[in-house]
Design a protein around this ligand. Sequence first.
Ligand SMILES: *[C@@H]1O[C@H](CO)[C@@H](O)[C@H](O)[C@H]1NC(C)=O
Ligand SMILES: *[C@@H]1O[C@H](CO)[C@@H](O)[C@H](O)[C@H]1NC(C)=O
Ligand SMILES: *[C@@H]1O[C@H](CO)[C@@H](O)[C@H](O)[C@H]1NC(C)=O
Ligand SMILES: *[C@@H]1O[C@H](CO)[C@@H](O)[C@H](O)[C@H]1NC(C)=O
Ligand SMILES: *[C@@H]1O[C@H](CO)[C@@H](O)[C@H](O)[C@H]1NC(C)=O
Ligand SMILES: *[C@@H]1O[C@H](CO)[C@@H](O)[C@H](O)[C@H]1NC(C)=O
Ligand SMILES: *[C@@H]1O[C@H](CO)[C@@H](O)[C@H](O)[C@H]1NC(C)=O
Length: 498
Amino acid sequence: MKGGIHRLKVSQFSLILIGFVCATVLVLAWTKTTLLTSLIPAQGRVLQLDQDESGPREILKGNDSSAQSDTKQEEPAASSGVVFSLEGENSKNLTTVERIDNPPSIIGEAESKEVSSGKSKQIKADTGLVAPKNTSSIESFSKREQTKNLSADTEKKDCNYAKGKWVFDDNRPLYSGFGCKQWLSSMWACRLTQRKDFEYEKLRWQPKQCKMDDFTGPKFLERMRDKTLAFIGDSLGRQQFQSLMCMVTGGEERSDVQDVGYEYGLVKARGAVRPDGWAYRFPNTNTTILYYWSASLCDIQPINISNPSTDFAMHLDRPPAFLHHYLHKFHVLVLNTGHHWNRGKLNANRWIMYVEGVPNTNRKIADIAGAKNFTIHSMVKWVNSQLPLHPGLKAFFRSISPRHFFNGDWNTGGTCDNTTPLSGGKEVLKDDSSDPLVAGAVSGTSVKFLDITALSELRDEGHISRYSIKATPGMQDCLHWCLPGVPDTWNEILFAQI
Ligand SMILES: *[C@@H]1O[C@H](CO)[C@@H](O)[C@H](O)[C@H]1NC(C)=O
Ligand SMILES: *[C@@H]1O[C@H](CO)[C@@H](O)[C@H](O)[C@H]1NC(C)=O
Ligand SMILES: *[C@@H]1O[C@H](CO)[C@@H](O)[C@H](O)[C@H]1NC(C)=O
Ligand SMILES: *[C@@H]1O[C@H](CO)[C@@H](O)[C@H](O)[C@H]1NC(C)=O
Ligand SMILES: *[C@@H]1O[C@H](CO)[C@@H](O)[C@H](O)[C@H]1NC(C)=O
Ligand SMILES: *[C@@H]1O[C@H](CO)[C@@H](O)[C@H](O)[C@H]1NC(C)=O
Ligand SMILES: *[C@@H]1O[C@H](CO)[C@@H](O)[C@H](O)[C@H]1NC(C)=O
């Protein structure tokens, strides 16, 4: 009897499943992105925005010197605050780094800016960047869906890598935090700090519904033979990039890997602390992995090139010039943005919002949450419109990486002191993403969703915490992750889908 009921349930379930797939295909064929998008409950988005933004943060106390360093977009981090953003590459001594690397004068800064704006100008020389209204990409997407094998399709749709649980695994981590000095910034290598607990390195993500192929460097390289993988985003994107470099090499020194940054204009400008990104090639398989720093994920251009203290147009509806210029060379693209969207950072960078080439006047877009949403939607729309032109390209948008500041924020004594993994739970059971903003933007497009928010939310013990080599006493980095660590999992999930 029980078995009968069970069988009945299974067949009912299958029927429902088939019905669901058919319905989905039909809906995709008959509707446009906007309709699907509007089906996502708005409430969830608002919640997420609140959580993510936690209000405009005062990052810089208005001192010119700090504002300048942020203006240069000196990487990283700033997401959690300026404390971390000046961190020198692979350097243990803050004083030394600042003295050597930070151009001491305004002149130095102006130089670096001119160089980079000159570069951007060259890159930019071309056409309609604004996300086109052309729906052909959506149509072709629907067609592709219809002709695809329905059963294979079902499998894919059911497989949600974001659902699952963390398990302890002695085969983790995939590389040693003592090694990988070639690519891993020392500020993120927690093994090199005073930190003593390393339980957090021993966790593996096990999706509930999907079989996840074990990551190995050789497998990755074989799959990516003659291909290029590009990360474009903020410092969390850079973490994912460094993580992948370490995973692919197993953290071993590799003298054969070539620095091919120059092929992508990724060279250090005069007076700059670092280039805007890095590109490395594994010659045996001709595989290139690169990272480009674009915190806002939109195009930033100086308003008056000849003015050293110019404001910058932040073109919310245009992709970064770099992406536009090099997209045709990429086979896997991983985008992210999020933590730079606050008033303090926009002001400090002297970024002025532009839409359709002129300063924005639309009230809905003018507030930070609206601007961020508008930009993410514009980016996804643009990338989606490009996919039919680049059939070999798989594009992913990574969901937001959660912060874990307890009892305060980054600048008000917030901490992430917990060292016991999974004390807040180990499983993600819900179907909905914890990043409804990006989920809504990719919904109904061919841009894939790399949804890592909820699973990372369970890992509050995995941040740099107080051990940042350079953090000011009392300040903690509860935004960036220790490596090896959580971003390795993001790459495993990415690997499973490429
Ligand atoms: C800001 O800079 C001025 C000098 O330009 C200095 O006197 C002042 O102490 C600085 N304030 C802060 C908060 O750093
Ligand atoms: C950092 O460098 C400064 C100047 O070279 C030196 O005085 C200081 O002792 C160094 N600190 C550490 C922790 O190495
Ligand atoms: C839409 O884009 C396709 C190429 O992707 C092009 O062939 C077509 O002419 C465009 N249609 C319009 C209305 O712009
Ligand atoms: C399509 O489905 C059939 C069975 O339904 C299966 O034998 C075949 O391998 C599938 N093809 C692909 C490309 O998945
Ligand atoms: C390496 O891969 C790129 C594509 O990413 C291709 O254009 C190039 O010809 C390949 N080089 C060699 C030597 O095969
Ligand atoms: C651009 O900046 C230069 C130098 O500050 C200034 O002379 C010039 O008038 C500015 N141009 C415009 C259009 O504002
Ligand atoms: C985000 O932008 C999209 C597209 O413009 C819009 O449909 C959606 O309502 C916006 N969501 C929020 C939370 O503002």
